[in-house]
Design a protein around this ligand. Structure first.
Ligand SMILES: NC(=O)c1ccc[n+]([C@@H]2O[C@H](COP(=O)([O-])OP(=O)(O)OC[C@H]3O[C@@H](n4cnc5c(N)ncnc54)[C@H](O)[C@@H]3O)[C@@H](O)[C@H]2O)c1
Ligand SMILES: O=C(O)[C@H](O)COP(=O)(O)O
Length: 529
């Protein structure tokens, strides 16, 4: 049974799949302090948050069973990613579910700003019929500068075109070609600042984007610009903005987010006649909240059940086309890792992974993480090593990871070979996926075999001498270990050979010892896959 703690208000419909899952207990405890979270987090396998809960290193350290922190939304600046990675806690988000909603909120803010709607509403409901003070501007034919042309920025640009606006966009990933396809003008921040009538920011808050619009930009800014921030507080320098409004450079601003949330009661935005504000409502629609909660719940379930998952933010993203090629190999990769670790004596020095065939054409790094996890979890436990921290742990323990690639396909379309070198020996195992038959281990050291990697095995190294197979069979039979299948491989007649026995259950240690006492038998290892 896995326990999931929901510490922020998250859509009930969205987390229904977790509530319904027979192996999950969901507990909702919104509004806890850091200390309260620290005192209870040790019981939970997963933590689900929005932006209110600050997931600190202290909380992560106290989460001894914690496998995943799920963020029902985009921004993960409330989660200590470095600590999570170090501790092997996977952090996932729901990057797509609130894009349209936030884009629409940006538009609502832009129109409210252009037409003074909040200010006019306030005055009218206070009993003053004032039509003079609220002369607005049209959006049509105005230039909109978009800083950050990711998911939300691109949707904003799309809608702005329908309003007859000209769009200038800046994003480090925006190329001239893509800008042309989107019907926008690729520009620098400086060009946007000097030319736009409206400017909206849609970047994450990073050391690079913090105060990217500050005093220097306001000094050269087109007079009368209107500015919208529905991304993150701090991208625009709040103090410098107020000064730019008060000195007539900026005509008005609409902010959904603040450098500190909630803002202090005397925050200069709160009573400023030219600044309109909402309390971080960008993602707050029924649809978006359901979408993000569904997405994050689905991935949390996968992680808790040790199944392949998406949207981890503390490991590099896997492009869809690469995921399609690699995902079928994740389980096999991890099994090859665990197989080789169980088969090899000694302290690990390096792990060499060779990819041949079509696999060699994609970025195989995500698959390597599974393989390394398979190897290291044999020594450190599955709970300690996961695909987020496997490479980090390998580095920490000075285990070299070497990756080779070769286009040559040999007998199989794809072949993954894992070689483990320890201070005592070097062994390797290779596997593939056979169409219609699934995962197979097809080579151990230099011996060809054909093994479905599931169940209990005994891996024996011996000298190829008459009678040895019979003696192994008799010994196991007399110890009530039933052999389901047996495969034997040898290089040369009378030379070294291996035997792989699939047995119905675990083999007691003393039986393995008796096996190694047989003449001509060199080693006998139990492998459980
Ligand atoms: N107000 C809300 O409730 C709300 C809701 C959803 C998202 N957000 C925030 O909106 C922002 C954008 O979200 P998204 O889903 O579009 O993210 P995204 O990752 O799709 O887009 C962000 C874009 O910013 C670009 N970028 C990074 N550094 C930049 C820089 N220095 N200059 C210009 N561009 C830069 C990136 O290349 C990327 O394309 C995030 O900060 C997110 O947390 C806020
Ligand atoms: O990054 C996000 O997804 C938004 O800021 C939404 O945050 P929220 O889930 O706290 O509304």
């Amino acid at each position: 049974m896995f326990k999931v703690l929901v510490s922020d208000p998250i859509s009930d419909q969205g987390i229904q799949q977790l509530v319904d899952a027979p192996d999950i207990i969901v507990e909702k405890k919104p509004g806890l302090s850091e200390d309260e979270l620290v005192s209870i987090i040790g019981e939970y396998d997963a933590l689900l948050v929005r932006s209110q809960t600050t997931v600190t290193e202290k909380i992560l350290e106290a989460g001894k069973k914690l496998k995943v922190v799920g963020r029902a939304g985009v921004g993960v600046d409330n989660i200590n990613l470095e600590a999570a990675t170090k501790l092997g806690v996977i952090v996932i988000n729901a990057p797509d579910g609130n894009t349209i909603t936030t884009c629409e909120h940006t538009f609502a803010m832009m129109m409210a700003l252009a037409r003074h709607i909040p200010q006019a509403y306030k005055k009218t409901t206070e009993g003053t019929w004032d039509r003079k003070s609220f002369l607005g501007v049209e959006l049509r034919n105005k230039t909109l500068g978009v800083l950050g042309m990711g998911r939300i920025g691109s949707e904003v640009a799309k809608r702005a075109k329908a309003f007859g606006m000209n769009i200038m966009g800046y994003d480090p990933f925006l190329t001239e070609e893509r800008a042309q396809q989107q019907g926008i003008t690729l520009a620098t921040v400086d060009e946007i600042v000097r030319n736009a009538d409206f400017m909206t920011v849609h970047t994450p808050l990073t050391p690079e984007t913090k105060h990217m619009i500050s005093k220097a930009q306001f000094e050269v800014m087109k007079r009368g610009m209107r500015i919208i921030n529905c991304a993150r507080g701090g991208i625009i320098d709040e103090g410098a903005l107020v000064e730019a409004i008060d000195t007539g450079i900026v005509a008005g601003a609409a902010f959904d987010v603040f450098e500190a949330e909630p803002p202090a009661a005397d925050h200069p935005f709160l009573n400023h006649p030219k600044i309109i504000v909402t309390p971080h409502l960008g993602a707050s629609t029924i649809e978006a909240q359901e979408n993000v909660a569904i997405d994050v719940s689905e991935q949390v379930l996968h992680i808790l059940r040790d199944e392949p998952f998406m949207n981890a933010v503390n490991m590099p993203p896997i492009p869809a086309e690469v995921r399609k090629v690699l995902e079928p190999y994740f389980e096999l990769g991890e099994k090859l890792g665990t197989f080789i670790a169980q088969s090899t004596e000694g302290a690990v020095e390096d792990i060499t992974v060779s990819y041949s065939g079509e696999l060699s054409e994609v970025d195989t790094q995500p698959l390597t993480r599974y393989i390394v996890r398979g190897v290291l979890s044999h020594y450190l436990g599955k709970d300690t090593v996961n695909v987020v921290n496997s490479m980090h742990i390998a580095k920490q323990r000075s285990v070299n990871i070497v990756v080779n690639k070769s286009r040559a396909a040999h007998t199989f379309t794809n072949l993954v070979t894992v070689t483990l070198r320890t201070n005592k020996e070097t062994r390797s195992a290779a596997g593939t996926l056979l169409a219609g038959y699934g995962a197979r281990i097809v080579q151990i050291d230099n011996y060809n075999i054909d093994l479905t990697p599931v169940g209990h095995f005994i891996l024996i190294s011996h000298n190829d001498k008459p009678g040895i197979i019979g003696r192994v069979g008799t010994l196991l039979g007399s110890n009530d270990v039933n052999i389901a299948t047996m495969q034997v491989g040898r290089q040369d007649e009378g030379g070294s050979a291996i035997m792989v026995l699939r047995v119905d259950k675990g083999t007691p240690k003393e039986v393995l010892k008796q096996l190694t006492d047989l003449p001509e038998l060199l080693t006998a290892k139990e492998v459980i896959l």
